[in-house]
Design a protein around this ligand. Structure first.
Ligand SMILES: [Zn+2]
Length: 419
């Protein structure tokens, strides 16, 4: 196993250098990073768009594009006519210029996905099943899934930037870059993030709710916002907070464990060992258990079971109506507290429980959240379902190595690929 400190520099807690300390080279890197990020997030743009976005001269934007073209990271995708009749080139990320892997690591298996530089999914491998897994099971699943992907994508592999893991727990990043998973709710001991998943490919880990928020910020329902809450509701409950256009991380990258904030003092027991947590009221198990307790019957996956509950409520089953109303009220209280703390302009509700709830009851979730927010704030945000479904965490995790590529601003050395 290679060194733990190796190239693993997670793309979090990056302090922008102050204007005084920036050298010309730094500036060049920063402008190039901004241009590459702009093109990946917007999917495509012109040199003039890049100049406008980065506050650059047209000549400077042209130089940056030339460098990115030479590095094989962007390409010209045809052109459109300008008012003067001269064609204007459309530039976008060169899809096969680099690849990134994102893994959604759950309690019951891992979904490992390979994305191109445009963040299109090119391949996918799942390992796991119905039973609860332990960290050694997950480690083995990840290695096997990556080996299978590598075998099918041998010609792409040398341009794979790294592996992003979206994990079900707190992922703490020490100042030296080492990362540790703390999944207290799952009863796991603190676990160092393994760096030996596939050869020497760098590994970047983050809490799954944060990777979801990143995906929604780049490409989904939170795009273009400066202040948003992105809730992940599944068996576990998590939150990503976007503040001033950036994902909030906290001192050790572990901020926003919303699922374990309290909505009822000494209330229902939670998987974390405490009582009254958000997760103990709006997590999938909590909702389905309350239904079972009043005679609800269901089988199949959680998705199917939750669908049965909502159908029963729609059909007028009084017990089901009450269970759904209670869950939505609890969710409103939990989100309303976050509204009062953070004054968001948008709330995005995702995760499979969140998608199920908002598919038919987004208005009720919004009303419950407004009812539990301070009056002045209640009219200042909108609430939207997440754009991405089940594979959001994998997509968001793949953005971790992409962000690293962008931050390094050294595309030429990293992925100079044959054209
Ligand atoms: Zn808890």
């Amino acid at each position: 196993m290679t060194g733990y400190l190796r190239r693993v520099t997670p793309p979090v807690n990056r302090e922008p250098a102050s204007a005084e300390s920036l050298t010309v080279t730094d500036l060049r890197h920063r402008n190039r990073a901004a241009a590459l990020q702009f093109l990946i997030r917007q999917r495509e743009g012109t040199r003039a768009d890049i100049a406008r976005h980065g506050g650059l001269s047209t000549a400077a934007a042209g130089n940056i594009v030339a460098e990115l073209l030479a590095a094989g990271l962007v390409e010209e995708r045809g052109s459109r006519a300008s008012r003067g009749g001269r064609p204007i080139a459309i530039i976008g990320p060169r899809l096969e210029g680099a690849y990134a892997i994102g893994a959604d690591v759950g309690e019951r298996g891992v979904a490992v996905e390979l994305f191109d530089l445009g963040l299109n999914r090119v391949d996918r491998e799942f390992r796991g099943g119905a039973h609860q897994e332990t960290p050694p099971d997950i480690h083995r699943d990840l290695r096997e899934a990556l080996a299978a992907l590598r075998e099918r994508n041998e010609e792409r592999w040398e341009r794979v930037l790294g592996i992003g893991l979206g994990l079900p727990g707190v992922v703490e990043t020490a100042p030296d870059g080492t990362q540790t998973l703390y999944a207290q709710s799952l009863g796991w001991e603190p676990h160092p993030i393994p760096t030996d998943l596939s050869g020497d490919l760098p590994v970047f880990a983050e809490n799954g709710a944060k990777t979801q928020a990143r995906a929604e910020l780049w490409f989904g329902a939170a795009k273009g916002t400066q202040h948003a809450l992105v809730a992940l509701l599944g068996r576990g409950v998590g939150l990503g907070v976007i503040s001033d256009g950036e994902l909030a991380h906290g001192a050790f990258s572990s901020a926003t464990e919303w699922g374990h904030t309290k909505i009822r003092f000494d209330g229902a027991p939670c998987r974390c060992g405490d009582r009254g947590c958000v997760e103990a009221y709006v997590g999938a198990d909590a909702i389905l258990e309350s239904w079972r307790a009043v005679g609800g019957r269901f089988d199949g996956s959680g998705w199917t079971a939750l669908g049965s509950l909502l159908d029963a409520a729609d059909a007028g089953d009084a017990a089901a109506v009450q269970v759904v109303a209670d869950a939505i009220d609890a969710l409103g209280a939990a989100l309303g507290s976050m509204v009062n703390l953070l004054n968001p302009q948008r709330i995005v509700v995702g995760g499979w429980v969140g998608l199920r709830l908002t598919e038919s009851r987004a208005d009720e979730v919004l009303a419950a959240t407004r009812a539990r927010s301070l009056e002045r704030f209640a009219g200042q945000f909108e609430l939207l379902p997440a754009t991405f479904g089940g594979d959001t965490v994998a997509l968001g995790s793949a953005l971790l190595p992409i962000e690293q590529l962008i931050a390094q601003g050294r595309g030429t050395e990293l992925v100079a690929a044959p054209r």
